[in-house]
Design a protein around this ligand. Structure first.
Ligand SMILES: C[S@@+](CC[C@H](N)C(=O)[O-])C[C@H]1O[C@@H](n2cnc3c(N)ncnc32)[C@H](O)[C@@H]1O
Length: 246
C-alpha cells in the first residue's frame, strides 16, 4: 500500500467562516459515506475546529482526507475519516472512561471529550515530548482543562485511572500491549491497527468474561507504535516517510 501525498506547507488564507463551512460539509460527507452514524460523534465533529489542532502552515488543509505532519518524530494528525472509523465500532459514548494511546495533535482527544461528556473521563498518553507539548497547548487554547494528559509510553497504559470502558491505540502494533488489555474492564472494547504479514488492519477487541473476541474492521496505514511494546523499526527511527502517515 502506498503512503499519502502530503500537500506543501503554505501560509493560511482561509477564513474561520470558510473552515466552518468545510467542517459542516465534511460531516455530511462522512455521514453519506457511511463513516459517521452516532449523533454524539456527529455533534462532536461539528463542534471541534480541526484547524485549531494543525500546525499553521497546514491549517488550510484541515478537511482534506490526508494525514498532516505534527511537531515530533513521525507524528501526524490522522485523516478526518479515521476518527469515526475508530470511535463508531468502539461505540464510544456518554459517560465512558476512555484511554487514548497516541495523543498526536489532541484533536481526537477533544472529540472524545465531547462524546463522553461531563460524566465521562478522557486520558491520553503521548510518547514524543514535542508532540505532547503541541497537543497540550492546542487543548488548553481550545478550553479543554479536564483531560488527563500523560507524557510517557502508552503501551504501559495508565494504571492510576484504570479500568477503562474503551481504549484506542492510534499507532500500529505487532502485538497488543498486555497492560492495555489488563486495564480494560470486562465488557470493554479496545481498537487498534495491528500489523500481520506486513499489512495493517484495524481490529476491534471485546473483553468478555470468558476471553477476548476480535473483529477485523478494514485495512489501514498508521505510524508505528514506539516504546516497550513498539515495532522494532519505530524504536530505531526507521519508519519510511511513505509508511509514516495514515
Ligand atoms: C497517528 S498519530 C495520532 C493522531 C491523533 N489521534 C490526532 O488526532 O492527532 C500517532 C501518535 O502516537 C504516538 N505514539 C507512538 N507510540 C506511542 C507510545 N508507545 N505511547 C504513546 N504515544 C505513542 C506518536 O508519537 C503519534 O503522535
Amino acid at each position: 500500500m502506498e503512503g499519502w501525498v502530503v500537500p506543501p506547507p503554505k501560509r493560511p488564507e482561509k477564513s474561520k467562516e470558510q473552515l466552518r463551512e468545510e467542517r459542516d460539509e465534511k460531516v455530511r460527507w462522512l455521514v453519506s459515506h457511511g463513516y459517521l452514524k452516532s449523533e454524539r460523534i456527529k455533534d462532536a465533529m461539528r463542534k471541534v475546529p480541526r484547524e485549531d489542532f494543525i500546525p499553521l502552515l497546514y491549517k488550510d488543509y484541515a478537511y482534506l482526507e490526508v494525514p498532516l505532519p505534527l511537531p515530533g518524530e513521525n507524528a501526524t494528525i490522522s485523516c478526518p475519516h479515521s476518527y469515526p472509523l475508530f470511535y463508531e465500532p468502539l461505540g464510544l459514548d456518554k459517560g465512558h472512561k476512555f484511554l487514548e494511546v497516541g495523543l498526536g495533535s489532541g484533536y481526537g482527544t477533544a472529540l472524545a471529550r465531547e462524546v463522553v461528556g461531563r460524566k465521562g473521563l478522557v486520558v491520553s498518553i503521548e510518547i514524543d515530548p514535542l508532540t505532547f507539548e503541541f497537543a497540550k497547548k492546542n487543548l488548553t487554547n481550545a478550553g479543554y482543562h479536564d483531560i488527563v494528559l500523560v507524557h510517557g509510553d502508552g503501551g504501559l497504559g495508565y494504571f492510576e485511572m484504570s479500568p477503562y470502558d474503551r481504549i484506542c491505540i492510534t499507532a500500529a502494533c505487532k502485538e497488543l500491549p498486555s497492560p492495555l488489555m489488563e486495564q480494560l474492564m470486562t465488557g470493554g472494547k479496545l481498537i487498534a491497527p495491528i500489523i500481520q504479514y506486513g499489512i495493517q488492519t484495524l481490529v476491534l477487541f471485546e473483553k468478555e468474561e470468558k476471553g477476548i473476541r476480535s473483529k477485523v474492521i478494514c485495512e489501514v496505514l498508521y505510524v508505528f507504535l514506539k516504546g516497550k511494546y513498539g515495532v522494532e523499526e519505530a524504536r530505531h527511527g526507521r519508519q519510511r516517510d511513505s509508511q509514516s502517515t495514515e
